[in-house]
Structures are given as C-alpha cells and as structure tokens.
Design a binder for this molecule. Structure first.
Ligand SMILES: Cc1cc2nc3c(=O)[nH]c(=O)nc-3n(C[C@H](O)[C@H](O)[C@H](O)COP(=O)(O)OP(=O)(O)OC[C@H]3O[C@@H](n4cnc5c(N)ncnc54)[C@H](O)[C@@H]3O)c2cc1C
Length: 804
C-alpha cells in the first residue's frame, strides 16, 4: 500500500470504484481506493442490477443516460464484462393519473433526446406477454433500460482505474481520519497509514460511520429491500429476453433471470436496517427473508402477472441499501471541511454510479462538477436533516417509491417539525401548510377550518385555485399579508465585508440603507445563486436568498473567505418575516410607524431599521409580488405581536393573508425567476434575463470574464415568458416547449396568473428563436397547447406598481 496519494477513496462498492475510475479519467492517477473487505461486499453485490434513464430531475436523468452509455467504455478498457442486458423497459399504468404521469415523463424525456414511446395495453401485452391486460390502461416503453452484473461493473471500473495508475487496496479498513493543519489527511487504517490530499467518503452502507470519523452526521438511512427469483416460467421459454417492467400500481419491478422472473417490491411497510450504526462485521451478507412483509405486493404480482403464481420460488434476497431523505444521492464537498468529499446515499448505483463519479471527479479536479447536479448536491441539506428526520423521510420515500407525487402534494412524514411563532395564528386563519427544509409555511388559506383546509392532489387545477385567486385579487386591489420566514438569510459583516461581497457578487453592493438584487456567478459565469443584498450598515450586509441553498452558499463563501476582515454566518431563523403587499400596504404600515414612508422618503429598494408599534424591525421596500410592498424582518420573539398588529390594523383596509401558491403565481406573472427553477448553474445571467444586475463596469468579480463573453456573444439560451392556451391544467415545470413542431426548450415554472387571467409559463429556448412571434406550443399532460410568447412579463411590465 502506498504511503501517500493525492486521493483516498474510502469504499469499494460500485460508487467508490466509479469515482476512482473517473478521477483517473480526469487526469489524476495518483489515487487509491481502500476497501475493508472484497470489492462489492456492501450493498453492491446482491443488487438486482437494474438500470434506467427516467428520473424526476432532468439533470439526474442526463447523468443516468451517461452511466448506461459508459458500460461499453469500461468493458473495452478493462476487458471485464459488465454483463449488460439492454432489454428495454415497460412502465405500466393502472390508472388514468398514472397514464398522465407517464405522458408527462415522456414529454420531459423529449428534450433529453429520450425516445420514450406510449403504448396501448394491447401493445404492451404483445411485448410483455406475462401481463394480464385487465389491470392496466396503458404503458410507456423506454429502449434504454436493462440490467448489468454488479460484480462485473464494479470490477470493470476498478480495473480501468488500475490500468490508468490507481491502486486498489482490499482487506484494509479505514479506522480514523485526521486532518493536518494544511488541510491534508492522515488516513489511519488497520493496515498502515496513508497521507492524502483529499478523502472521498464512498462508504455506502457505512457512509454514516465514515462521516462520523470527521464529525459529520450524514442524512442517510439503509432500508431492507427484498426481491425473489422464480423457477423457470414456461410462458416465456424460448422467447427473447423479457423486458424490464415496472408495475406502479402493484409497486413491483420485474425482469427475467435465467428463464425465471426476478420480482422486487418497495413495500409500504418498509423496514430500516441498523438505523443508528452499521455493524462492521456485515460483509457479503444478507438479511433474513421476510416474505410476509411483501406478501400483499406478491399477491398483486400474481394477479397482474398470473403465470408467476404458478411457479415456485428459486431464491429470495433481502439486503440493505442506503437512501437520503429525498432518494437522491449525496455528492460533493462538505461545508466546514477542507478536502473532504462525499459520494454516498446512492440508491440506484447502476443507473447513477457513473454520473456520480463523473460529477465528483470534475468537481475535485476542476473545482466545478461541470454540470447541474443541484438535485444530488450534499449542500441541499442543512442541520435540520437529523438522523430521526432522515429516518421518517426515508421510510416515507421508500414506501412511496412507485407512487405518484403530484405537483401540489405535500407529504406528511416528520411534520410539523420547524414552526415559527405565527404558526398557530396562521392555522387559526385556516392556512394549508407546506413543508420546506423541515419548516412549515402557508401555501394558501381556506375559507373555513378542518374539512375545507385541505387540498385535492391532482395534475390539474385543484380546489385551492379559487382561494388562490381571491388572495391574488386582495394583493392586487387592497393589501395582503404573507409569512416570509422560509427565505434563507446570511449575514456578512466586518470591515472588509462590502469589498469582499463585491468580489463574490455580480452586482454592486448597495449603499447603506439600500437594497440591490444580484446574481452570484461561478468562474464559468454560470448562476450559482441570486440574492437580495440589504445593506444594514457600512460593515454589515444581510443576504436574502433560498433557504434550501444555505449550506450550498456557505460552502462557496468559506472557499473564498479571506483570513480576516469578513465574517459570514447563516441566520435565517434569527430574522423571521412577514410581508405586506398591495396598493394599501403603505398606508397600513404608515399607520404603525413614526417614520415617513412616502415614496420620496422611503423609495423602492430602501432598507431601514424601523419601529413598528413597539416592535424593532428591519424593513425593506420590496415585494416578490410585483406590487407596492414591504418585507419586514423581526426576531422570533416579536413575530406574533407583529402579526397581531398588522392583522388588527389591516382589518379596516381589507387585509387578507396569502400563501406561497399566490406568491408563486404573482412572481411568474412578473417574470421573477427563482433558484433551482429559472436560476441554475447551467444558465448565464444574460440568458436568464439578469443582465441588468451584472455590473461589469464595477471591476473584477468572480465570473466577470465569462459574463463579458456571454454578453458579447449573446448566450445560447433565453428565458422567455409565455401565455399558454391551457385547458384545466397549467404547466408546472419541465414540460417541453415546441416551436414549429420541434422540441426547442423546456419550461422552468408555470401556473395560472390570476391577476392577468391567463395560464403562464417561463422557460428557456434557443436565443436565435427567442423573439419569434408565432409557432410555440407547450406540452401539458400529453397535449401540445398553443403558447403566445410575451414580449416582456405578463403583469405590469413597466414595473410602475412596485415603484410607485
Ligand atoms: C436487494 C437490493 C437490490 C438492488 N437492486 C438495484 C438495482 O436493480 N439497480 C440499482 O441501480 N441499484 C440496486 N440496488 C442498490 C445498489 O445496490 C446501491 O445503489 C449500490 O450498491 C450502492 O453502492 P455504494 O458503493 O454506494 O455502496 P456499498 O456497496 O455499500 O459500498 C460501500 C463499500 O465501502 C466499504 N467501506 C465502508 N467503510 C469503509 C471503511 N471504513 N474502510 C474501508 N472500506 C469501507 C464497504 O466495505 C463497501 O464495500 C439494490 C440494493 C439491494 C439491497
């Protein structure tokens, strides 16, 4: 074993082996992998090896495509077969909703170049003769699906890496990780030590334990998972290999295995394995079978695929594998730790392992993952994702693996967890809550309590539609009140704060008492954040951004912090928020403060410390609604008093509480983008319509050269607003945009614009056709609906209402 290496990858499952290979591919050959037993001995060896490209996040889907295409490459380099069976796959729908879901998945696949095909039940039965047509209403076929040999894939990665110079050490356990003052690591093993510049935690089932070696509690939980393999099924004897098949209503997946069928299920009564700590003596091991637990699923399997009930069971496998709360991997560098990286929580190693290895290796070698991997960035979780929260969410996610998540559906596990002081007040006002980063926030308000204050889940407009319309009308005509505590807040302070922020942000840091909106760019000039910068004092700026990205932002900031002069800290819950918006908001607030709030004295984008009644507050004159409005930030102990004061004073002017649904509708009408939808690291500021917030003339800042280049070339894409001739379903995001019968782009956000009375969508199209006046269509649940490109935003394009 080498005594030193540039990188030590801890863990020789499919993920660690992929990371090792990709590091060598990216040019780092002085790398090693340490495995405590044999390669694959964790969750990899007993996997069913299934692989597919469909994923709810298009960027993850792209990495899944990459993974599947990679197998031929590593076979060629290593000479090791991956046992690829590219059979193609069927997704079966048993209900109309599932058929809608499949149509939406097919549409999303269009701009990824996926050739997904909708089939009738009869066509599906011709391709998969085991199914009983009576249980299904349609299906989707994906030619890029199949299975691989887990052993072969892992060894092909490892051998390919070894050929490029990597070392693979087996039967050696990493027992301790000690960081030196220069940021490098002493990797202590039971077989000697290695000095490494970087450590990658690819510990799979033991990723939590490896994390704990450096004081990290990763949000990961292993679940038991069972599949069985039947004896030979006579009905398929002599036929070409059967397709992969997912039966959503049965919550089953199936594939052929040596003339029999492999049947797996994500049962509703899923059971976590070793919820607190993973035993080190578990290697190449399985868990006792528990067929009773999956009996309800098997009964469905025998109804839906009758031939399977007539053959015996050859083998049952029960093995554990890990999940993060949302089911996506955890990848990337970890906030607060230098040179420590994770590649874990990968629940679909044979679809995602290649993409995870690619992204992580790019990140380590080039300082950037090279693609948009927000959906699997470890930085999407914060302190709220504790072990018990993870346990509740993973179990929920596992049991719902094959169930539809409707776009307006809120899931119940682990709730309520984080609440603000006005939570009870909002409940009394019949708020319907959503959960975001563990925090409850109002989505909309029902007319009365209990029975009424719940939303039907649907792909179409829900029972909330009329209520949201009323909320938007109140904001447009009178005044609305919304809780805004679910924004992220980061305080930047110190004598060098403004100078440093000017380097970090594309816009100018505002003067004291002012607000500036700004994109944050990476070195490639792509969007990695959007903030409202509020200058509280000469040496203090409050950044307001996305709560879910707080860890992600802090990680970026700490990478660029000077040794002294700047202090950065997250403070979201120190400043809980209420916002009033609408033409009556000024007179409402004025009735409660001594200061002059006239447009001359407190103009648009002002930010000041004000007393509201007896309550000390920070107040910004800004609103995401596009109306005249104020965002008010107070410490939690004052929030309830503030709510009562505003609600009391507002009663006279028709104040109405409104929620996130109305806010989303109004921000889409205004064309205001938001993180993870319109703003992601695949877009430049010019493309995203943020060019006016990029102050090229102010001098150097991160991403400036690329932003100059983007501006001079014009960028490839353009964010455009559309009015859609929708029926009773609006775009929600990720729908394809057609132009003259070709898919040219994708929707980032959509919804009904209640103030303008139109269905709206925002989305990216190639810059070259962004000004076309006709020929656009947006595909909503399988139907191409005519879409009118709007020259500007749909509502108050001149911005007079928010500035007046
Ligand atoms: C029954 C079952 C069926 C499945 N079917 C599929 C499927 O069809 N398709 C699919 O894509 N996925 C499937 N999976 C999931 C798949 O197995 C995982 O996604 C994959 O194995 C994760 O790989 P990994 O490398 O992250 O973890 P692991 O395989 O657990 O690898 C981690 C490795 O790290 C080593 N390690 C940990 N700590 C240390 C240390 N301190 N020192 C040295 N070494 C250490 C371990 O020994 C282990 O070998 C299935 C899983 C199960 C249980």
């Amino acid at each position: 074993m080498r005594a030193a290496a540039r990188v030590v990858v801890v863990g020789g499952g499919v993920v660690g082996a992929s990371v090792l290979y990709h590091l060598t591919k990216a040019g780092w050959s002085d790398v090693m992998l340490i495995e405590r037993d044999e390669l694959t001995c964790g969750s990899t060896w007993h996997a069913a090896g299934g692989m597919h490209t469909v994923n709810g996040d298009p960027n993850v889907a792209r990495l899944q495509q990459y993974t599947i295409n990679l197998y031929r490459e590593i076979e060629r380099i290593s000479g090791q077969s991956c046992g690829v069976h590219l059979t193609g796959g069927l997704m079966l729908a048993g209900t109309r909703e599932r058929l809608d879901w499949l149509r939406m998945a097919q549409a999303r696949g269009r701009y990824l170049g996926m050739e997904l095909e909708m089939l009738t039940v009869e066509e599906a039965a011709r391709r998969f003769p085991l199914l009983d047509e009576r249980h299904f209403v349609g299906a989707m076929f994906d030619p890029v699906e199949g299975h691989v040999d887990p052993y072969g894939v892992t060894h092909a990665y490892a051998k390919s890496a070894q050929i490029a110079g990597a070392e693979v050490v087996r039967h050696t356990r990493v027992v301790e990780l000690k960081q030196r003052s220069d940021g490098t690591w002493d990797v202590i093993t039971d077989n000697g030590n290695v000095h490494a510049e970087h450590v990658v935690n690819a510990g799979g089932l033991w990723a939590r334990e490896v994390g704990r070696m450096v004081g990290l509690e990763l949000p990961i939980l292993a679940m038991e998972h069972q599949y069985l393999i039947t004896e030979e099924v006579p009905q398929i004897a002599g036929l070409p290999e059967q397709l992969h098949c997912i039966d959503f209503e049965g919550e089953l997946y199936l594939r052929e295995e040596r003339g029999g069928m492999l049947i797996g299920t994500y049962e509703r009564a899923g059971v976590p394995w070793s919820p607190l700590a993973t035993p080190w003596d578990f290697a190449q091991s399985l868990l006792p079978n528990d067929l009773d637990r999956i009996a309800p699923s098997l009964e469905l399997a025998f109804q839906h695929f009758p031939a399977l009930g007539e053959v015996g069971v050859r083998r049952v496998v029960n093995g554990p594998f890990t999940f993060a709360p949302d089911g996506n991997p955890l990848v990337g560098p970890v906030k607060g730790l230098r040179n420590f990286w994770v590649a874990c929580g990968v629940m679909a190693g044979f679809s995602q392992g290649g993409g995870v290895g690619l992204a992580l290796s790019q990140w380590m070698v080039n300082g950037d993952p090279g693609s948009d991997i927000w959906a699997m960035d470890v930085g999407r979780y914060g302190d709220w994702a504790t072990l018990a929260y993870t346990n509740a969410k993973v179990r929920e996610n596992y049991s719902r693996r094959f169930r539809i998540r409707f776009p307006n559906e809120e899931l119940p596990a682990g709730r309520p967890l984080r609440t603000t002081p006005v939570y009870d007040r909002l409940r009394e006002a019949h708020a319907v809550f959503g959960e975001y980063c563990g925090l409850e926030h109002p989505l909309w308000f029902a007319a009365s309590g209990a029975a009424d204050a719940r939303e039907d889940v649907t792909f179409h407009r829900s029972n909330a539609h009329a209520h949201v319309a009323e909320e938007c009308r109140a904001v447009k005509e009178r005044v609305g009140l919304i809780e805004t505590s679910n924004y992220g807040k980061i305080e930047v302070s110190g004598p060098a704060a403004a100078e440093w922020l000017s380097q970090m942000m594309a816009n100018r840091v505002p003067a004291v008492g002012r607000i500036a909106l700004t994109p944050m760019l990476n070195d490639r000039g792509k969007l990695i954040g959007d903030f409202t910068m509020c200058r509280v004092a000469a040496d203090r700026v409050l950044l307001i951004g996305t709560l879910a990205a707080e860890t992600y932002y802090l990680r970026w900031f700490e990478r660029h912090l000077p040794p002294s002069g700047v202090h950065v800290r997250a403070c979201a819950m120190e400043h809980v928020g209420l916002s009033v918006a609408g033409p009556g908001s000024r007179s409402l607030l004025q009735s409660l403060v001594r200061d002059d709030l006239s447009n001359a004295a407190f103009p648009f984008l002002s930010f000041r410390r004000l007393d509201i009644g007896m309550i000390p507050a920070l107040v910004g004159r800004i609103s995401f609604t596009g109306e005249l409005g104020y965002e008010i930030w107070v410490s939690p102990d004052y929030q309830r008093a503030l709510y009562d004061l505003l609600a009391g004073a507002g009663a006279e002017c028709g104040l109405k509480p409104f929620g996130g649904r109305a806010l989303n509708s109004m921000r889409i009408e205004k064309g205001f983008g938001t993180w993870a939808r319109e703003f992601r690291p695949i877009y430049g500021p010019h493309e995203a319509g943020l060019g006016r917030f990029v102050a090229l003339e102010k001098g150097e800042f991160i991403g400036r050269a690329a932003a100059v280049d983007e501006r001079s070339r014009g960028g490839e894409l353009r964010l455009v607003a559309f009015a859609v001739d929708a029926a009773d379903a609006d775009a929600i995001g990720d729908e394809p945009i057609w132009h003259e019968s070709k898919v040219v782009g994708w929707v980032t956000s959509g919804g009904y614009g209640h103030r303008v009375g139109r269905s709206l969508a925002l989305g990216y199209v190639p810059a070259a056709i962004a000004a076309a006046n006709a020929g656009f269509e947006i595909e909503i649940i399988g139907e191409r609906r005519p879409a009118e490109r709007l020259a500007g935003c749909a509502y108050d394009a001149g911005g007079g209402r928010m500035r007046s």
